[in-house]
Design a protein around this ligand. Structure first.
Ligand code: SF4
Ligand code: SF4
Length: 372
């Protein structure tokens, strides 16, 4: 079921939604309250942005321009790091608004051929997936079925994996990466079908392997009034709870670690505390560094290809700054959760002498299991 945001001021255009079962057409609108911005004293969404140098006065002007559908330098210079979703203390979805305006005004951050190719890649193909009713907790791998080998051992006992078939994985692809492409319309067209596919397994709860899936069903869907008929659990919360259950088996690892925070975790900032809770529980030291928590740096995955002049150099400098910071702080391991971050900077991290490792593998090591 999709419903309208009746009591919220909405500023983006309506997105037509075709229900694949009924064939009916409904509209999705972003819940964004202009009054919150008028009452806002800090304009944290833009003043805290690590990539736009902006004071409160300019931020007040620019957010009003964006709300009113006018041009703004934010629409041209945004690096799509998702962080303003976390910075806004009012939960007002500034990033979703920025992306909506980028699409409406045709100011995509990426070159058009990359957008067209990327949008094509996400189309589900080869028929419908085989749906088995689980009636229990499941692990949703999303589009990362090739990483199913990471979900092994005691920490994943009792979870049934869905989306493990590589040929059908796009039926579970949350599509949220199209925020980097200024394609809200693509996300809104596809997400309700993905939700129906996951819900068809009749899960009692869904642990999402990727932050991006968790953010889709807990932040994005709510912002656009899309009903999600299943309970979602963040992977880190699941790992922490399982580790507590297995506490007797934990042997402190003693490593000094850095954590590469992914952009999508900005959509679930209330779950970020589980990073340190896990580290404390398994006896690793989270090194003290500059680019951490709210101040974390993007891996640069999409920045590298952005249309802004000098993006390639900007991205390489950013990655260098991030990894140098990890080294300076004495990290022996860099902990990843996002496959895109791992693919983008994992090799550079390793070349700098810091071992890249998945959070799930780190947790498995703590209970005496071999990392995948
Ligand atoms: S989006 Fe949030 S932080 Fe930005 S001006 Fe509005 S209320 Fe303030
Ligand atoms: S998404 Fe990131 S770069 Fe874009 S305005 Fe928000 S904080 Fe700044």
């Amino acid at each position: 079921m999709v419903f309208f945001a009746a009591n919220h001021l909405t500023f983006t255009r309506n997105y037509p939604l075709i229900n694949r079962q009924t064939g009916g057409c409904m509209m999705l609108t972003l819940r964004f309250d202009e009054n919150k911005c008028l009452a806002c004293e800090t304009r944290d969404c833009l003043t805290k942005c690590q990539y736009l140098d902006m004071d409160v006065e300019e931020a007040a002007l620019e957010i009003q321009n964006i709300i009113q559908g006018k041009d703004s330098r934010v629409l041209h210079e945004c690096r799509t790091c998702y962080a303003c979703e976390e910075y806004c203390p009012m939960g007002n979805h500034p990033f979703y608004l920025i992306v909506s305006r980028q699409e409406e005004r045709n100011i995509p951050p990426l070159p058009e051929p990359i957008i067209q190719q990327g949008v094509q890649l996400g189309i589900p193909f080869r028929g419908e997936p085989e749906i088995s009713e689980i009636n229990g907790p499941v692990l949703n791998m999303g589009v990362f079925s090739q990483l199913s080998h990471l979900a092994q051992g005691k920490l994943f006992d009792g979870l049934t994996l869905i989306s493990t078939d590589k040929r059908k994985m796009h039926h579970y692809f949350c599509n949220l990466m199209y925020l980097h492409f200024a394609r809200i319309s693509v996300i809104n067209e596809r997400v309700p079908d993905i939700i129906q596919t996951i819900a068809a397994h009749r899960p009692t709860e869904v642990v999402h392997f990727h932050d991006e899936c968790y953010g889709t069903y807990n932040s994005y869907a709510q912002a656009f009034g899309i009903d999600v008929p299943f309970k979602s659990i963040h992977l880190f919360e699941h790992l922490y709870n399982r580790l507590v259950e297995l506490k007797e088996e934990i042997r402190p690892l003693g490593y000094k670690v850095a954590y590469q925070r992914p952009c999508s975790s900005r959509l679930s900032p209330d779950k970020h505390l589980f990073v340190n809770k896990i580290f404390d529980l398994i006896g690793v030291e989270h090194v003290d560094r500059e680019y951490v928590d709210e101040n974390a740096l993007c891996c640069g995955s999409t920045i590298l290809s952005q249309r802004q002049k000098g993006s390639r150099k900007f991205c390489l400098d950013l990655q260098n700054k991030n990894i140098t910071d990890m080294k300076k702080a004495g990290a022996q391991l860099c902990i990843f959760n996002c496959p895109a971050c791992m693919q983008t900077i994992g090799k550079q991290v390793a070349e700098s002498g810091i071992m890249p490792i998945w959070m799930s593998d780190l947790c498995r090591m703590a209970i005496g299991e071999k990392p995948a």
